[in-house]
Design a protein around this ligand. Structure first.
Ligand SMILES: [Zn+2]
Length: 78
């Protein structure tokens, strides 16, 4: 498991949410936080998302973030 992926799993064992605004050209400093924020299951997970990245890595990460956002949207529909 690579570091970026490891940082995106909270102590609950689920994919953490990335809290920031972001785009392909401007990946701002963000952080991963537990998706259970506001819930009593909240595990207080916190990890900065500001690893120095190569252009290739940024493309891969943005692609992963899009998948995360899509999964989050699907979950909210349930
Ligand atoms: Zn959690």
């Amino acid at each position: 498991m690579d570091e970026a992926h490891a940082n995106s799993i909270c102590y609950c064992g689920i994919m953490a949410a990335l809290w920031t605004s972001w785009s392909n050209d401007n990946l701002e400093r963000g952080f991963f936080g537990c998706q259970n924020y506001g819930d009593r299951r909240y595990c207080c997970f916190f990890a900065w998302f500001d690893n120095p990245m190569s252009p290739r890595a940024r493309i891969v990460i943005v692609g992963l973030l899009r998948k995360v956002k899509a999964i989050e949207r699907e979950r909210k529909k349930e």
